[in-house]
Design a protein around this ligand. Sequence first.
Ligand code: UDP
Length: 238
Amino acid sequence: MTPGTKYNRVLLKISGEALMGDQGYGLHPPTVERIAKEVKSVHDLGVEICMVIGGGNIFRGLAGSAQGMERTTADYMGMLATVMNALAMQSALEGHGVFTRVISAIRMDEVAEPYIRRRAVRHLEKKRVCIFAAGTGNPYFTTDTAATLRANEMACEAIFKGTKVDGVYDSDPKKNPDAKRYEKVTYDEVLQKHLGVMDASAIALARDNSLPIIVFSLDEPGGFRGILAGQGTYTTVH
Ligand code: UDP
């Protein structure tokens, strides 16, 4: 067991929007930097870290297809957006001396390694942060499903989903002051009540492999490290 936490290997999932700060679009380097520091403080504990970053701050396939684009093409554009976010995070992490590999589900050998499971596992064993980019490599999926898939393949003990709120609520806490936070909630309840933690295919894949999802606030300074040590507020989906 890693001192300071019960986890040895985890996957951190963040949406692309987490990287855009207050800008409403694209990348906000100081925000990327802040999240990189959160990751570094967990890396310093000796925890092996996988990351999956969405692409919604740049492009979403569904939005493109709603405006008349062919859906699969739009989805490939969304996947490419995740590669840009992954490279930005790599740059920030390496600025802090954390060795990082961007591993892409779509081959683009000049900018990222191709995904080869055993190679990725070896990187983790050598304490390199692995950022899995380009989602699953398939249209009609999301980076939530990619996160669940990679977490299973890498034998992570849990997915940590960093969001703007400190867990899963029965209604939107930003709109309803009486919203109640779940301490624990089952995968089936998330699906039945449409609690919006992750999309249904991601939740089902986590459920079928008993992979816990821990939803926490990434806006809390030191939050990621605290949650790994069992402190702070969060929701476990199990
Ligand atoms: N995407 C895809 N297949 C995948 C992962 C992502 O087609 O396996 C595309 C999809 O168009 C999606 C976009 O990439 O809208 C960005 O990913 P996502 O919406 O999951 O990003 P987030 O909402 O987490 O920022």
